[in-house]
Design a protein around this ligand. Structure first.
Ligand code: 13P
Ligand code: SF4
Length: 323
């Protein structure tokens, strides 16, 4: 083990901290983490442990979810400027003012999308229609939503509501996938993940031609025409399960390339090919071993969601978790 890894592990002991890393993190960050997984899985597991400090290696909405579910723990975001462009494509309508209320979070990362039409506006335009918020949203958006969903349970969440019409935010691709799998009417926000949305049918055709005996797995943040070409449509955790349980030996992986680390580690007898080598989320790669070390050493980059936002956001998350 090298020096930096040792220093991180020593500090982790001293602080009674838990290092958790999303499946898209750099290999060396995943290697040092106590847990890897999808965003919600990580926050739920962290909430159930007795640590005092959670070091979240991911993007800011994930650390916010950890803070919502673990209000008594100190949550550190290892790369403070790591954010999800898709989550920033929708605002609650008032959150820009509210950011100032977050201790240690007074200079939030800003994204270039104009914030003209907000969640508040779409709710006004469709009165009484419930809002399903993908976990890839800010705490404020969750707070103004009826229930959260993940890429794995979006259809189940929609079906759990008594209403025939549902507003889904912020991912238009996840909404299209949900609309295909439910009879309910979906009113969708127009956001997207730039890493998944860039995939085109010719990428799949090319990969299928190169690896004719491989199964193709696609994340629901890809466009619907891509999902219709897949052997399995799954979240990152779903892909890990699919690859482990399948009798196939080769897989084309239609998601961010960070997932290849775990796929290969957990299935040494199988072969995994990235669908496109440029499926890289720059924000996920902002976390490095140095940033983990510094966050822990200086106890900096604290993410704390204010009670005013936390309570309604917790309700939306808990309603999903209790399904
Ligand atoms: P999951 O790990 O929940 O599938 O999320 C994908 C993603 O893009 C997270 O930012
Ligand atoms: Fe957001 Fe996409 Fe990056 Fe996930 S991979 S954090 S959805 S931009």
């Amino acid at each position: 083990m090298n020096d930096l890894n040792e220093k991180i592990l020593r500090l982790k002991e001293q602080r009674n901290a838990l290092i958790i890393a999303h499946n898209y993190q750099r290999d060396e960050v995943q290697a040092i983490a106590d847990m890897t997984g999808d965003s919600l899985e990580l926050s739920r597991k962290a909430a159930s442990t007795s640590c005092d400090v959670i070091v979240f290696c991911g993007v800011n909405f994930m650390a916010e979810s950890a803070s919502i579910l673990s209000p008594d723990k100190v949550v550190l975001l290892s790369a403070f400027d790591a954010f999800c462009p898709m989550a920033e494509m929708i605002s609650a309508g008032s959150h820009r003012e509210l950011y100032g209320a977050f201790p240690g979070y007074n200079d939030p990362p800003k994204y270039v999308y104009p914030v003209e039409y907000s969640l508040r506006d779409i709710k006004r335009d469709y009165p009484g229609v419930p809002v399903v918020a993908y976990v890839n949203t800010t705490a404020e958006v969750k707070a103004d939503s009826d229930i959260c969903c993940t890429s794995a349970n979006v259809v189940e969440v929609i079906e759990s509501l008594p209403d025939e019409r549902v507003i889904c935010v912020p991912d238009k691709n996840l909404s299209a996938w949900a609309a295909k799998n439910t009879k309910k009417e979906i009113i969708s926000w127009d956001g997207y993940c730039h890493v998944h949305d860039r995939v085109r049918p010719m990428d799949v055709e090319k990969a299928r031609k190169s690896y004719p005996d491989a199964m193709f797995m696609a994340h629901p943040e890809c466009r619907l025409d891509i999902l219709e070409m897949a052997d399995s449509v799954a979240s990152t955790s779903g892909m890990l399960r699919f690859a482990a349980n399948s009798s196939a030996k080769k897989f084309i992986v239609g998601t961010e390339i960070g997932l290849l680390y775990r796929l290969r580690k957990e299935n040494p007898d199988k072969v995994f090919y990235p669908l496109r080598k440029d499926m890289v989320c720059p924000n996920m790669k902002k976390t490095t071993l140095d940033s983990v070390y510094l966050a822990l050493k200086e106890m900096k980059n604290v993410i704390k969601v204010s009670d005013e936002i936390r309570e309604p956001a917790w309700k939306a998350l808990s309603r999903m978790i209790s399904l």
